[in-house]
Design a protein around this ligand. Structure first.
Ligand code: GDP
Ligand code: MG
Length: 181
């Protein structure tokens, strides 16, 4: 019974990016632990939660996995951005088009989060598919890092399938973003 009464602080995090970049797989991986063998295309919005204990504080991480007809969701979009604590802008490291598509998502976020300074993260997914022997057709870490810097975001590369974080940035207590390889 006591666990039912525990108060969790809820953190609402949006998973944003083009279709196919891996938003649903990352959400499953973070909240369920497994890389799903098969996922259905997301319709509308779906969310999953994970309970965390961070330094004794009870946290409910709530990932909002946004959808499908991504360019046609004008009527829902204000709802997504209400009371958001962080946004992950996700692209596929072997799909430069999904990286180029981020500009539109960043603009959507800007328009819908008026006045709020929401922490934003640039997340290059599918790093397991990166081919080190070639450069064309892939989004380089240098390119992503300078993009994240220009937009005041933190940056990570990851994989929902086989997830070592290969490079990334972190924010110091004073808010300065540090870059590390
Ligand atoms: P969404 O449209 O952004 O939700 O993308 P999905 O999560 O549905 O994933 C699209 C496809 O990419 C699926 O076939 C996944 O199996 C695959 N996928 C997602 N993440 C990864 C990853 O990190 N590595 C690899 N190799 N495949 C991935
Ligand atoms: Mg999906």
């Amino acid at each position: 019974v006591s666990s039912l009464l525990t108060r969790y602080r809820t953190f609402k995090v949006l998973m944003i990016g083009d279709s196919g970049v891996g938003k649903t797989c990352l959400t499953h991986r973070i909240c369920g632990g497994q890389f799903p063998s098969r996922v259905e295309a997301t319709i509308g919005v779906d969310f999953r939660e994970r309970l965390l204990d961070i330094d004794g504080e009870k946290i409910k991480l709530q990932l909002w996995d946004t959808a499908g007809q991504e360019r046609f969701r004008k009527s829902m979009v204000q709802h997504y951005y209400r009371n958001v604590h962080a946004v992950l802008f996700i692209y596929d490291v072997i799909c430069p088009g999904s990286f180029n598509g981020l500009i539109a998502w960043i603009e959507e976020c800007r328009q819908n989060s008026l006045g709020q300074d929401i922490p934003r993260f640039l997340v290059g997914n599918k790093s397991d598919l990166r081919d080190p022997s070639r450069t064309e057709g892939q989004v380089s870490q240098e390119r992503a890092m300078s993009f994240s810097k220009a937009h005041g975001m933190m940056f990570f590369e990851t994989s929902a399938k086989n997830p070592p974080v290969t490079c990334g940035t972190r924010r110091r207590d004073d808010g300065e973003v540090l870059y590390q390889q």
